[in-house]
Design a binder for this molecule. Structure first.
Ligand code: DPP
Ligand code: ZN
Length: 871
């Protein structure tokens, strides 16, 4: 495969002013007629170079220019493109192609999902529909006529429905017109036997917008939450960003087979059903919150993505990083802001840091790719959002809003770059972001090493900060970053010390050099620093805290995030000691300082319940792994599972107390207060079932059998499955299956609980699940629920034995690559990180990865990830 470079970007030779499409839908032979108004881009010259259109897996039926059909010797048809002669600077091009939605399992382009036609065009799926300049800087006005048998009553595309009618042979059609020019990746089409719920939204300027959510009839009762979330999003974007919706209709369609979470097609969002459908009986709190976040995310794209789109795919973070930042702030406003921040940082530390330290590491604006699908990553999305958050924090809230207004106004209707965004922020705020731009160019997670000194005589306190960034593929040396470093200083009573004449107790230090010292005077006693408050930059922080100091911060820091983070750091210290003891063959003993700190968390009377639950969660294995240079999986597993068990024993009275207090029956609501209660209750339950006591298993069993909502039911099931009680687990799993086998989204949870269980999800069990009659290799949700849950979220069982799990993954990925390359390339990542592991795990992983390569004939997607993993 060919590598594409950012430095090679060139504006398009031709514009497409209008795109007229007609689809005659048939499962094995859909005809796509496209009429394009083509115009020479005169900025590129007055000559008339050949017109090159992208096209993949298309059957070309005919081509005509201004009504003259071309014969086969007048054009050149390549594997992935069509080259046409041009003799006029403006002309109409007519192309007829035939495609087979039925056999399209890649889920890019036009395909069938449970008998429903749908599309996914981002990033480069449109070229599987028709020949087209499939690049985001070519924006065109689309008119789309959809023809289908009447057994597909609902026919949708982007924009407004302008005409409909009946045709012969029991067929009908609907024509849609989108008044906003858009790139091909935002095109969408849906046809099916769908029901819908309708609502209206009145925009701030009094325009009525019709909101419609389409699903298969069996799911129609699961739309309320998404609809409510949509209205909240629309209001929020008006209030916080001044952004109003711009069409008369906004539609969301739920489909079962979908590679991503959802897609922001103009006026017609298409969602993975798992990210839109929910009812209290079938969806967990986490799902409710995910739905709110994703509905918001896709809606927010209408401005940050659609009205202002990306010039090229290297700029992906322009829309994704910004939109993730927007949806994170939306979720924070709708729910517990502290918990949202904690969850985002956990994701970053557990998964993005690993990406930044692995063979696919890339800056949020990559410099090259073979397959762009591989760059829809945590780096582009989550780190990209952190970069926008840093800008927000550097320029301040008001200037940020001015900057975003300027950006939207200046680039409305354009395909923009990351540079355009930073420039708008710089201009609106008057802040110099020159050095800050390094965040866009450089990969890797920076490390901040902090030490301090106190001059008692002069009452002066000094923070010494050193920054570095490890080498990443293609980038050995890094320039220093501009890192906003939020800090506070605590006195011995745990109170914040004023840090300047104005009495501020928190400052954001501008770390810009490799080494820097910050001084504070008038400090009466040696303070305890609270560093990187609120996770003010996506970096690793090293400061030599003692266990006692961390316990002190856990109960006194005025920054809620840092209270939680001190707990994480303390747990990591303890886990490090336990790993060392395990390796030395010593008996593992519980560090009572951690038990005391956790007890204080349980007993504190001022602590938010949701934050309290988060504070009782030990760092995930991936986070522990990330904090060591050479991962010793066995020691990590032994240390963590010992610690969990020991904490359960030490804190039994408090845990059981909380469980009893919160175990009250009430109608389900996804409010943050109720979510907090369920979260703490189920955290306690998860600890309690580890004690070999029948009473707690009875409790779990009772909760499993009696709870009326999926949050409590699934938590109880997971607790039982993790308890190690084979009989109870089996019978609960069977009962769950009996009850929910007809609901694919609940069935997915049944799969994931098993495949993801440290106790239950063994390799053999995972193999059995793949053989389950309801498992489908063509369903990304099912694949993620079994193989994703095992290889990415079941550290214990995936790393068990002598690499059998890695071999299994290799075989599976080779098989999946023939069906769905995008998902195959994602799933293989765990074994591409082999370099970070100790021997012999490292050799096992490497051998499995090499086997994938040796299988040969890999898709571009999988080839890129595997070859970079082996390089
Ligand atoms: N659908 C994906 C997202 O919204 C890609 N744009 O992030
Ligand atoms: Zn997005």
């Amino acid at each position: 495969p060919r590598t594409i470079y950012l430095k090679d970007y060139r504006a398009p030779d031709y514009w497409i002013d209008e795109t007229h499409l007609t689809f005659d839908l048939q499962p094995d032979a859909t005809l796509v007629e496209s009429r394009l108004k083509v115009r020479r881009n005169l900025d590129q010259g007055n000559d008339l170079p050949k017109l090159v259109l992208d096209g993949v897996e298309l059957e070309l039926v005919s081509v005509a220019i201004d009504g003259q059909s071309l014969s086969a010797d007048e054009y050149v048809l390549y594997d992935e493109s069509l080259e046409l002669p041009v003799s006029r600077p403006a002309f109409e091009l007519q192309i007829l192609t035939r495609i087979k939605p039925e056999s399209n399992t890649s889920l890019e382009g036009l395909y069938l999902s449970n008998g429903m036609y749908c599309t996914q065009c981002e990033a480069e799926g449109f070229r599987k529909i028709t020949f087209y300049p499939d690049r985001p800087d070519v924006m065109s006005r689309f008119t789309t006529k959809v023809i289908a048998p009447r057994s597909y009553p609902v026919l949708l595309s982007n924009g407004n429905d302008i005409e409909r009618g009946e045709l012969d042979n029991d067929r009908h059609f609907v024509t849609w017109q989108d008044p906003f020019p858009k790139p091909s990746y935002l095109f969408a089409l849906v046809a099916g036997d769908l029901e819908h719920v309708d609502e209206t939204f009145t925009t701030k300027n009094g325009r009525e917008v019709k909101l419609q959510l389409f699903t298969e009839p069996r799911n129609i009762h699961k739309c309320d939450h998404a609809m409510r979330s949509l209205k909240h999003s629309m209001r929020w974007d008006e209030e916080v960003y001044g952004r109003e919706y711009d069409l008369d209709i906004f539609m969301i369609v739920a489909v079962d087979h979908f590679n991503m979470g959802a897609m922001e097609n103009k006026g017609l969002n298409i969602f993975n059903s798992s990210c839109v459908l929910a009812s209290p009986e079938t969806a967990t709190d986490a799902a409710f919150q995910r739905i709110e976040a994703i509905v918001g995310h896709e809606y927010f794209h209408n401005w940050s993505g659609n009205r202002v789109t990306c010039r090229d795919w290297f700029q992906l973070s322009l829309k994704e990083g910004f939109t993730v930042f927007r949806d994170a702030e939306f979720s924070a406003d709708m729910n517990s802001a502290a918990v949202k921040r904690i969850e985002d940082v956990v994701l970053l530390r557990a998964s993005q840091f690993a990406e930044d330290a692995g063979p696919m590491a890339h800056p949020i604006r990559p410099e090259s790719y073979m397959e762009i699908s591989n760059f829809y990553t945590l780096t582009v999305y989550e780190k990209g959002a952190e970069v926008v958050r840093m800008i927000h924090n550097i320029v301040g809230k008001e200037a940020f809003r001015k900057g975003s207004d300027l950006y939207f106004d200046r680039h409305d209707g354009q395909a923009a770059t990351c540079e355009d965004f930073v420039a708008a922020m710089e201009e609106a705020s008057g802040k110099d972001l020159e050095q800050f731009r390094n965040w866009y160019n450089q990969a890797g997670t920076p490390l901040l090493e902090v030490s301090d000194s106190f001059d008692e005589q002069k009452s002066e306190y000094h923070l010494h900060v050193k920054q570095s960034c490890p080498p990443t593929p293609g980038q050995k040396e890094k320039q220093p970053f501009h890192i906003p470093f939020a800090i506070g200083l605590l006195d011995s009573a745990g109170k914040d010390i004023p840090l300047n004449a104005q009495g501020d107790t928190q400052l954001v230090l501008d770390v810009t050099q490799t080494e820097q010292t910050f001084s504070f005077d008038g400090v009466g006693e040696r303070p305890l620093p609270s560093l990187l408050r609120g996770f003010s930059a996506p970096v690793k922080l090293r400061y030599d805290y003692s266990a006692e100091q961390l316990a002190f911060l856990m109960s006194h820091d005025s920054d809620g995030f840092n209270r939680w983070d001190a707990g994480q750091r303390l747990a990591l210290l303890v886990l490090e000691d336990l790993q060392a003891a395990y390796r030395a063959g010593e008996q593992l003993v519980l560090d009572t300082r951690l038990a005391d700190a956790y007890r204080a968390v349980l007993e504190a009377d001022d602590l938010d319940l949701a934050v309290r639950a988060k504070m009782l969660e030990l760092p995930a294995e991936q986070i522990i792994a990330e904090s060591s240079d050479a991962i010793d999986a066995e020691a990590i597993i032994a240390a963590r599972s010992f610690l969990k068990q020991a904490l359960a024993e030490a804190l039994e009275p408090q845990l059981s107390n909380w469980y009893t207090r919160l175990d009250v029956e009430k109608p389900y609501s996804p409010s943050s207060a109720d979510i907090a209660e369920r979260s703490l209750k189920n955290t306690c339950l998860a600890y309690l079932v580890l004690l070999q006591k029948p009473e707690y298993r009875t409790l779990a069993n009772k909760q499993f059998a009696q709870s009326g909502n999926m949050t409590d039911c699934a938590a109880a099931l997971a607790a039982l499955v993790n308890s190690g009680d084979e009989v109870l687990s089996r019978s609960a799993l069977d009962a769950f299956y009996e009850k929910w086998q007809e609901d694919p989204l609940v069935f997915d949870q049944w799969l994931a609980i098993q495949a993801g269980s440290a106790r239950f999800g063994t390799l053999q069990r995972v193999r059995d699940l793949l053989e389950h009659p309801a498992f489908e290799l063509t369903s990304p949700n099912k694949v993620r629920s079994v193989v994703g849950a095992f290889a990415m979220r079941n550290f214990t069982q995936f790393h068990a034995g002598e690499g059998e799990g890695f071999d299994f993954l290799a075989d599976f990925v080779i098989r999946l690559d023939k069906v769905n390359p995008q998902i195959a390339a994602r799933l293989v990542t765990p074994i591409t990180r082999w370099r970070k592991y100790q021997s012999p795990m490292q050799e096992f992983m490497h051998a499995s990865l090499a086997r994938v390569m040796a299988a040969g004939n890999l898709s571009k997607d999988l080839y890129e990830v595997v070859s970079k993993g082996l390089a």
